[in-house]
Write a new protein. Structure first.
Length: 259
């Protein structure tokens, strides 16, 4: 699939380190949780989850995202997609728990909005390093109850999303969804495994991608060989039992990078 040329029509500064880039192309058929490959010309092509049908929300963390942050409204990038397996939507009337850390709120905010009209209860645990880095808080608040945690205590509770999760009655939720730093999700995984709730939980993972369509094998996970770009990026918790999840990932050369 050749990339289409997409003009950047709007840029929104969400937090000091995060921006949303809106395009003149909308992926109306995309499932919540799917991603697009964004080609920053002359630098790299990287995967980014759709935070709206026509936008991605990006944290400045490397060469490609740093170059993207230099592009102004009216600039353009290449887009391929949408790709991957998105979230499984809950049934009408089910109780939903969302656990978001940092920029991991990007795929969960549209999920909250999509299921808001059909679910009887949506609860979100939203975490960030500090108050300035809380992402899409207003979007979550419009959909239900929100527990807020910050690492430094600058907003609401000082601590981590897992501190709140430990205090909730997990049995009261029919579906649980989480996205954020992998070590955060691994701690969520451990709690939910203890509570025997993994089969009700979906995790959105990040790995290094080259092709984005399941051909190159760069994002394959040990031991089952699951391709994050094709079999994921959303996985049921039971699929991750015994895998590399929470232990290591691989860089461009295939070398293991321990978490």
């Amino acid at each position: 699939m050749l990339p289409l040329n997409a003009n950047i029509v709007k840029i929104v500064d969400e937090t000091p380190s995060t921006r949303t880039f809106f395009f003149d192309h909308s992926f109306e058929d995309a499932m919540v949780g799917q991603f697009v490959m964004v080609w920053i010309r002359g630098v790299d092509e990287i995967p980014m989850t759709l935070s709206y049908k026509n936008a991605v929300t990006v944290q400045k963390v490397g060469d490609a995202t740093s170059r993207l942050f230099e592009i102004q409204e009216g600039g353009h990038v290449g887009l391929r997609g949408p790709f991957g397996r998105g979230f499984t939507l809950p049934k009408e009337g089910e109780h939903v728990l969302l656990i978001a850390g940092g920029v991991g709120a990007a795929p969960l905010a549209p999920l909250a909005e999509m299921v808001f009209s059909t679910c009887s209860q949506i609860t979100t645990i939203l975490g960030a390093r500090n108050v300035n880095e809380l992402l899409f808080m207003d979007r979550f608040l419009q959909c239900g109850q929100v527990y807020i945690t910050t690492d430094d205590g600058s907003a609401h509770r000082c601590g981590f999303v897992t501190d709140v999760l430990d205090e909730l009655d997990i049995s009261g939720y029919d579906k649980i969804y989480t996205c954020g730093p992998e070590m955060m999700m691994k701690r969520v995984f451990d709690i939910l495994e203890r509570e025997e709730a993994l089969k009700h939980t979906e995790f959105s993972l990040h790995r290094y991608f080259k092709c984005g369509i399941g051909v190159c094998g760069a994002c394959c996970m040990d031991d089952a060989g699951l391709r994050v770009c094709k079999d994921g990026p959303v996985f049921n918790g039971e699929e991750l039992v015994g895998s590399e999840f929470g232990k290591y990932a691989r860089g461009p050369s295939g070398q293991k990078k321990l978490f």
